[in-house]
Design a protein around this ligand. Structure first.
Ligand SMILES: Nc1ncnc2c1ncn2[C@@H]1O[C@H](COP(=O)(O)OP(=O)(O)OP(=O)(O)O)[C@@H](O)[C@H]1O
Ligand SMILES: Cc1ncc(CO)c(N)n1
Length: 270
């Protein structure tokens, strides 16, 4: 059985985030990766030097090409850039009846460069979140989507409830930005109960693309038919290994190590 996953996202020329992180992660987890590009970024470990969005038509065409021939067992969205692209992506997800959709609501790159236009946040809420099986905001993204200020774990649980009410079936609020404590805690809410995925916090500046990689690992596992709970657990182990064994390349915030999980766990596949 060949499992297939499609990522609809931006290109990071530096190879640590975006489409590149997604495809590497799919491959590492034994899933065939396909892509529909929304934008090209000129980017490296120091920052984003340019953003060149594609037309909504170009995005739609790529998705159609994949859907009408290869098909996808799970789909992930990353950088979507504009309300127009979001609308087209939502229409295609509906048209092809894709159920296993992971929406990583990418808004701002780690260095502060905007990857989503401000006025597109509403489009994300209106068109895409109701179609999502899983949404994976970091704390600032969860704040932008809910209008809440998130300081405590109680705030985070409240934000998860609000996101669930927007129509997402599983909400994961990542704790990478909560820099208190020895652990990172990612919270999962399924509309009934909360679960927590913890890992040792690694002291490192090399965390470029952690969010993309984590959401891509969830998508790969969902493509294999795993439950969301199982997929998040594997994604947490995958990102923990990738951050623990960073490569130390580039002059700024370097990428994570996408092959660390495989080296630790041996061959992966089904
Ligand atoms: N220093 C760290 N040590 C261990 N785990 C981390 C660390 N930073 C982030 N993580 C984990 O990495 C995953 C991604 O979380 P994070 O909040 O950094 O995403 P993000 O901000 O969307 O990333 P990016 O925007 O760079 O792609 C989560 O599972 C989080 O707990
Ligand atoms: C293309 C792209 N997508 C997502 C992110 C978020 O990390 C990034 N830096 N670049």
């Amino acid at each position: 059985m060949v499992y297939k996953a499609l990522t609809i996202a931006g290109s990071d020329s530096g190879g640590g985030a975006g489409i590149q992180a997604d495809l590497k992660t799919f491959q590492e987890l034994g899933v065939f990766g396909m892509s529909a590009l929304t934008a090209v970024t000129a980017q490296n470990t120091l920052g984003v030097q340019g953003v060149y969005p594609l037309s909504p038509e170009a995005v739609a065409k790529q998705i159609e090409s994949v859907a009408t021939d290869l098909g996808a067992d799970a789909v992930k969205t990353g950088m979507l850039f504009s309300a127009e692209i979001i609308e087209v992506v939502a229409a295609k997800v509906k048209q092809f009846d894709w159920d296993r959709l992971v929406v990583d609501p990418v808004m701002i790159a780690k260095g502060g460069a905007p990857l989503l236009q401000e006025e597109a946040v509403n489009a994300l809420k209106t068109y895409l979140l109701p179609l999502a099986m899983v949404v994976t905001p970091n704390i600032p993204e969860a704040e932008a989507l809910t209008g809440l200020m998130i300081r405590t774990m109680d705030d985070r649980r409240e934000a998860a409830r609000r996101l669930y009410e927007m129509g997402v079936r599983y909400v994961v609020i990542k704790g990478g930005h909560d820099d208190d404590g020895e652990e990172t805690v990612d919270l999962l809410y399924n509309g009934r109960e909360f679960s927590y995925f913890t890992g040792k916090r690694i002291e490192t500046k090399h965390t470029h693309g952690t969010g993309c990689t984590f959401a891509a690992a969830i998508t790969a596992e969902l493509a294999k038919g795993k439950t969301v709970q199982e997929a998040v657990q594997t994604a947490k182990s995958f990102i923990q290994a990738a951050i623990s064994h960073t490569l130390g390349i580039g002059h700024g915030h370097g990428p994570t190590n996408h092959w660390a999980y495989r080296e630790k766990n041996g061959a992966v596949g089904e």
